[in-house]
Each structure stands twice: as C-alpha cells, then as structure tokens.
Design a protein around this ligand. Structure first.
Ligand code: RP5
Length: 186
C-alpha cells in the first residue's frame, strides 16, 4: 500500500468515530498498512453501538508496547481484544499470552502467500493460550466484530437483541435472493 493510500484509512479508523463511551473492545493492528482491511470490523462495532479504541502496536517492532497494552487492558475496562496482523502474525498470540481477556485474531491477507502465513501464525496457539481466529479476507474483520458483540452480549440483553435482529436480517436477505431466483420471467 502506498503512503498516499494509507493516509485516509488512518483518519477513517480513529476510535472517536465509533460509539460514545469508555471503550469495551481494544482493536490493535500490527501496522497501519492493515488499516484498510480493518475498516469493516470498526464499521460493524459501530453498527452495534460498541465503543472501541484503535491502536497500531507491533509484536515485533514495538514489543514493549504490545506487552504493556495487554497487561493493562483488563484493568482499563476493556472486555475483549481484537488483533489484526499479517505475515508472521504473532500479535494476537502475544496479547493473549499476557491477558485473561478473550482475544480474537484477524489474519490479514498477504501478497506473498495470500494470508495462509497470517492464518497459521494466528491460529496455531499452544494449549492454554487460545486466539479465536476468524477468516482471511472480507468476512474475517466483520466476524471479529460480531464475535466481540456475542461475547459482550453475554452480559448485555440489549446487545443480544441486536444480534438476534442482525441474524434475522441475514436470513431475510437469503430468502429474498431465493424468491428472486425462483420468480418466473415476466
Ligand atoms: C505485520 O506485518 C503487520 O500486521 C502487517 O500486516 C505486516 C506488514 O507490515 P508493514 O511492513 O506494511 O508495516 O506486522
């Protein structure tokens, strides 16, 4: 991604564009080159009215910051972390090693091997240190936000209702597509 195309993404991804209130979800990306891929995740958190914060912290380039962030996250009131990284994607795993909060990993698609590298480095965690890993590609960032909403909904009936309505809308869309396909030609 060129410097030019990075800039608008960074601005669009600022946490102050999301729901108001103390952040409940910490969204961390390994590089600002991940910003564009993360946009659907943040849009979905906003759609569900979930306050979040966004940080760029690298497991490899700023390891001390990654450790500090993970260690402080629960005491700061965060309930769940979402970590996106590509390539040797150790970010989610490093955060998970230092917090008892649930950590959701987004494997970023890479130009070299399509994101298989990111997927395997995010998902293949040792027993005892899970990272709930979502898909490579478009679905992953949306599903990371939905999974975070589902975790928060365990203690929030309003959010649970929003999730039920969301799933109903998904089902409606499929039913409508099916109806349209089966419509006889005019
Ligand atoms: C990872 O390396 C980041 O998450 C990013 O996906 C990848 C490449 O980073 P840049 O070289 O573009 O900063 O740490």
């Amino acid at each position: 991604m060129s410097e030019k195309s990075k800039t608008p993404s960074r601005r669009d991804l600022r946490s102050d564009k999301g729901a108001k209130g103390s952040p409940l979800v910490g969204v961390v990306m390994g590089s600002d080159s991940d910003a564009e891929a993360l946009r659907p995740c943040l849009d979905t958190l906003t759609e569900f009215g979930i306050p979040y914060e966004v940080r760029v912290i690298s497991a490899h380039r700023t390891p001390d910051a990654a450790h500090e962030y993970a260690r402080a996250a629960a005491d700061r009131g965060l309930a769940c972390l979402i970590a996106a990284a590509g390539g040797a994607a150790h970010l989610a795993g490093v955060l998970a090693s230092l917090t008892s909060l649930p950590v959701i990993g987004i494997p970023i698609q890479t130009s070299s091997v399509g994101g298989i590298d990111s997927l395997l480095s995010t998902v293949q965690m040792p027993a005892g240190v899970p990272v709930a890993t979502v898909a490579i590609g478009k679905a992953g960032p949306v599903n990371a936000a939905i999974l975070a909403a589902q975790i928060l909904a365990l203690a929030d009936a309003g959010l649970r209702m929003k999730l039920v309505a969301y799933k109903a809308r998904l089902a409606d869309r499929v039913a409508e597509a099916d109806r349209n396909l089966r419509k006889p030609d005019a």
